[in-house]
Write a protein of this length. Structure first.
Length: 171
């Protein structure tokens, strides 16, 4: 026979209920109701606590409502003036005359505060027997920024003449 200290150490003190859970791990150690409740709580926590109530006054916003510390954003930038366009055309002619690859020419109108730069795009191409090239011009006036696209062709004297300069349409 074994001494009582050894015998009590070999026998579980907590009875058969504890012995049954020794082989289980994680959610298997819980009862089915506890596992279902845990899964529900995980789903609610992961899904957030948002409710959609379109009849609530908090869900309605008008088109003129602003919800940021930055203020309302203008939908349209101011149009370049003729003086701004003339300076952009001169910068385009200058940068195209240089003919450098990957070059840009800045321009600025101190009267209106507008400024920008002109950058030739791609390689020259032939159109109606003349050498032509497309370019992109930035236009910055105050807080607004926009882009202008243009095309120029080389005249007989070698000077570039701008024949189109209009707001850039992405597409």
């Amino acid at each position: 026979m074994r001494p009582p200290a050894v015998q009590s150490a070999l026998q579980p003190q907590y009875g058969p209920a504890l012995y049954k859970t020794w082989g289980r791990v994680g959610l298997l150690a819980m009862s089915p109701a506890g596992a279902v409740m845990t899964l529900i709580l995980i789903g609610v926590g992961a899904g957030g606590c948002s409710l959609n109530r379109s009849d609530s006054s908090f869900a309605r916003m008008g088109d003129s409502d602003v919800t940021a510390s930055l203020g309302a954003v203008r939908s349209e930038a101011p149009e370049p003036t003729e003086a701004d366009l003339a300076l952009a055309r001169n910068a385009a002619s200058d940068v195209l005359t240089k003919g450098d690859k990957d070059s840009s020419q800045p321009w600025e109108n101190p009267e209106t505060g507008a400024r920008g730069s002109v950058t030739p795009l791609a390689q020259a191409y032939s159109s109606e027997g003349r050498t032509c090239r497309d370019f992109l011009a930035s236009y910055v006036n105050g807080q607004s920024e926009s882009w202008l696209q243009g095309a120029a062709c080389q005249s007989g004297e070698g000077r570039w003449q701008i024949h189109t300069l209009k707001p850039w349409k992405q597409g």
